[in-house]
Design a protein around this ligand. Structure first.
Ligand code: DGJ
Length: 722
């Protein structure tokens, strides 16, 4: 989305002859840099706010280059490596001036630096967002040389950290197993978290990390977190060598096959690395990201999300008017708010009956839906729910009218047959090409112009940049593809958002393959995973919650046995797991028994009531699925601490497992909370805590004993301050 920058220059520092400290502050954190005109910028400190003199007195000062460059600091890690027109590969940046100004919610400190020899400029920008304890770091690279400079490595940010007892937490995964949490001590050597998929850039790893001092803990200890705002290939590297005695973190666009030719007078802005830190452990870092995300990064991040039914697992490609009508009717009857028709609705010459045809032909398949999208919207109105539709606009199939018309719109090498994806026929369109950008814009625009009542779109992407070449980009600039693809995509998304700011759009890429904050100014939420098995979801959602708030985490109750794992789980367990995110369903409601329908209806009504707490509250993760205990537990608390919702799941039966005390977090010790059991299996036989009033102090110190006797049992309690 186009940001209107309100640039108010507050101060331009008169640079003294002696090194000066530049203190960048948020509510609870401080970053300190130091330097003087004509010399390099040094990094001093990032952590909780303490007096600057104490940073130095306690030996917490790092005093190391803030942005090491190749050629003049060859023993250190490099944030930047460029080749000048003369063939010289070196760079030595010195401070020219320091500016401080306001830009929307951010307080910016900009260090303008110039190479000591060539007219080549790098500005490092630190943008502090005080109320959410976030500092965003990025660079602007400007070539004032006479000829082009090649950017071989051009990191957004460099962060050195002191301590030899650091641990790294990050997310890895794949289809059906996104966001699996990995935590390991940082040993000597280099660890790289990166991606070169081109399109689904968070399938394998997510562009986010946490570094903890000592073994990571949910509730205490110092933790730094980072997440990169780039939808394309990225690289986060962690070098721990004995030479520097620091952990050197470098984050930015993945330089692999991405050398960038920066023409004279051209500037290149690198994506922002969003940093936060907390002394309240990983939970503190997660809550900071969630608050920042909801308030500043996610479109509609503070708005309530609807409870939706998505048609995919219910009917897959077997879409027709009667089936859609029935789903809408039944979902509406149990309190559902929005119906989304997934894949299978389009294709005129080639009806979309499977994954082999039709992408690109975004006209309704008249055989399946004779009354068109209009007919579906009419039904949705009749049943009193909103309507949404699935698209995959960046793609085509070799069997499609679009491809027949525009064979040159796909990514491919001129001399090779393109590698094809899903169905053996899927191809990616070339988003570097403005004509393709227009086409993608029109996919959304045509649907919206014809059907202004479409409330929601699910935007899918089921292929990678497997053919890394563009017929549009000049031969000499093929290495710009991975970057230009995403510039083209973002430009198109900005156009869409400028015209349709209120359309709710879900980010999907074969599940959670694009979970990335850089997408969230355009997408309201993310399809978390194609794996809807409730036990698997406990792991996936635990991982997602490390960085992303619950209101972007689409969590759907699906059929049992589960389609992916074949596991049988009680409906209550499935609802209790899905209710920790943006609740939805992914099945035919007609497959539920009357008793189950009654349960679902009550659970949906309950979710509507607790929705503000779940979607906008602070998350406290209590028992991790990775702890190998037979329990998992999380809770949400409103910022005012007047309401909370507590979830406990029994994932497996272990004989004679001892009674466990449950100690809660995040409450007000001076408030008394009344417990109400939610989603009881038998409303006449509520759990032992129901109706009890207990002080926040007791709940957060001595806690209470609560066990669940059966495997795949769960308990949910609402706590309301009296
Ligand atoms: C992949 C998505 O993750 C699914 O939810 C579904 O929309 C299919 N694509 C449809 O082809």
């Amino acid at each position: 989305m186009k940001k209107i920058f309100s640039l108010l220059v507050l101060a331009i520092f008169a640079l003294a002859a002696h090194a000066e400290d530049y203190v960048i502050s948020t509510k609870n954190t401080t970053m300190v840099l130091s330097g003087k005109k004509g010399e390099r910028l040094n990094f001093v400190y990032y952590g909780p706010t303490i007096p600057v003199n104490e940073i130095r007195a306690t030996g917490n000062a790092v005093n190391w280059g803030a942005y090491p460059t190749f050629g003049t600091h060859c023993t250190a890690e490099h944030a930047m490596l460029v080749t000048h027109p003369s063939g010289d590969n070196s760079l030595e940046l010195a401070i020219e001036e320091v500016k401080q100004y306001k830009e929307n919610e951010a307080e910016v400190t900009e260090f303008v630096m110039k190479d000591k020899v060539f007219p080549f400029y790098v500005s490092i920008l630190y943008k502090a967002i005080p109320d959410v304890d976030v500092i965003k770091v990025s660079t602007v690279i400007t070539n004032k040389e006479k000829k082009a400079v090649t950017l071989n490595r051009f990191a957004s940010a460099y962060l050195p950290m002191k301590s030899n007892e650091l641990w790294l937490s990050y997310l890895v995964g794949g289809w059906g197993a996104e966001c699996q949490l990995v935590e390991e001590p940082i040993h000597r050597g280099r660890r790289v978290i990166g991606n070169h998929d081109g399109a689904r850039t968070s399938f394998v790893t997510n562009p986010s990390f946490m570094v903890s001092r000592g073994e990571p803990n949910e509730h205490c200890g110092f933790v730094v977190g980072g997440t990169l705002l780039w939808t394309g290939n990225y690289e986060l590297s962690f070098l721990n060598e004995s030479n520097s005695n620091y952990l050197e973190i470098v984050a930015g666009i993945n330089p692999e096959a991405s050398a960038y030719t920066l023409e004279p007078k051209e500037s290149f802005t690198t994506p922002e690395l969003v940093l936060t830190c907390s002394t309240e452990g990983k939970g503190g870092v997660s809550r900071n990201f969630h608050r920042w995300g909801r308030k500043y990064q996610i479109i509609g991040g503070t708005q309530e999300r609807d409870i939706l039914l998505n048609s995919w697992e219910g009917v897959y490609f077997r879409v027709n008017q009667e089936g859609m009508d029935q789903m809408m009717k039944e979902f509406s009857a149990i309190g559902g708010e929005l119906f989304v028709m997934d894949d299978g609705w389009f294709g005129d010459k080639y009806p979309r009956d499977n994954g082999e045809t039709s992408l690109g032909d975004w006209m309704v398949c008249k055989k399946k839906l004779p009354q068109g999208v209009e007919g579906l919207i009419e039904s949705s109105k009749k049943f009193g729910i909103k309507f949404g539709i699935w698209i995959e606009p960046e793609m085509t199939n070799s069997k499609s009218e679009l491809y027949e018309k525009h064979p040159d719109w796909i990514l491919r090498q001129e001399e090779r047959e393109p590698v094809m994806g899903r169905g053996g026929t899927q191809l990616m369109l070339d988003m570097t090409n403005p004509e393709v950008q227009d086409h993608v814009f029109k996919v959304v625009d045509d649907l919206m112009v014809a059907n202004p009542d479409i409330y929601y779109m699910k935007w899918d992407a089921n292929f990678s940049i497997a053919n890394a070449a563009s017929l549009y980009l000049p031969k000499k600039k093929q290495s710009h593809l991975y970057i230009e693809y995403h510039r083209g995509l973002i430009k198109t998304l900005e156009r869409i958002r400028a015209k349709y700011p209120n359309l709710v759009i879900q980010l999907c890429a074969s599940g959670g393959g694009r979970l990335n904050y850089a997408f969230f100014p355009y997408f309201n939420e993310c399809w978390t995973s194609d794996n809807t098995d409730a036990i698997q979801r406990l792991f996936i959602q635990w991982g997602v919650s490390q960085y992303y708030p619950s209101n972007v985490m689409a969590a759907h109750v699906s059929a049992s046995p589960n389609h992916q794992t074949k596991r049988v789980t009680p409906l209550k367990f499935r609802f209790d797991v899905a209710m920790t995110g943006r609740l939805g369903m992914e099945m035919k409601p007609s497959d539920l028994t009357d008793k189950e329908k009654e349960f679902a209806k009550n659970a949906i009504a309950t979710y509507k009531n607790i929705r503000p707490v779940i979607q906008q509250g602070d998350l406290y993760r209590l028992i991790s699925p990775y702890e190998k205990k037979p329990y998992v537990s999380v809770m949400y608390v409103t910022p005012e601490k007047d309401r909370a919702v507590y979830f406990l799941y029994r994932t497996q039966y272990v004989r004679s497992y001892p009674a466990e005390v449950r100690v809660l977090k995040g409450l007000d010790p001076n408030k008394n909370y009344k417990f109400t059991e939610l989603n009881p299996e038998n409303p006449k036989k509520k759990g032992s805590l129901d109706g009890k009033v207990i002080s926040g102090k007791t709940l957060m110190t001595q806690g209470f004993y609560l066990n669940i006797e059966k495997e795949l049992g769960s308990a949910v309690y609402e706590l309301v301050a009296q």
